[in-house]
Ligand binder design. Structure first.
Ligand SMILES: [Cu+2]
Length: 111
């Protein structure tokens, strides 16, 4: 009985972990293009680029968003517009939309 319950709990945990790609911490995607997708999302949330790459964020949502990489200035991106930011040095850069910082966060991993 107890073991059965444990197995069910474990299965539920594994199922939750399996859903990680759709929301929350995602596996890095090798791309320099990030969409500000409907609604209030960066897609993909975590990207991986080569040192010296320029990353472009395009606002495909119906609301104005921003991109602010930690330690850098804030870039406002109106719907239909985009912003490009260069990443020279390897490292992990967290960024946020300062208008919706609770929902819209992402990461650029520079190799
Ligand atoms: Cu936003």
């Amino acid at each position: 009985m107890r073991l059965g319950r444990l197995a069910v709990a474990l299965a539920a945990l594994l199922a939750l972990a399996g859903c990680g790609g759709e929301s929350g911490t995602a596996e890095p995607v090798a791309t320099t293009e990030v969409s500000m997708a409907k609604s209030y999302r960066f897609d993909p949330e975590t990207i991986e680029v080569a040192a010296g790459a320029t990353v472009t964020w395009t606002n495909d949502d119906n609301f104005t968003h921003t991109v602010r990489v930690e330690g850098q200035e804030d870039h406002e991106v109106e719907r239909g517009s985009s912003v490009s930011i260069g990443f020279g040095d390897p490292g992990t850069y967290e960024y946020v939309c300062t208008l919706h910082s609770k929902d819209m966060r992402g990461t650029v991993i520079v190799r």
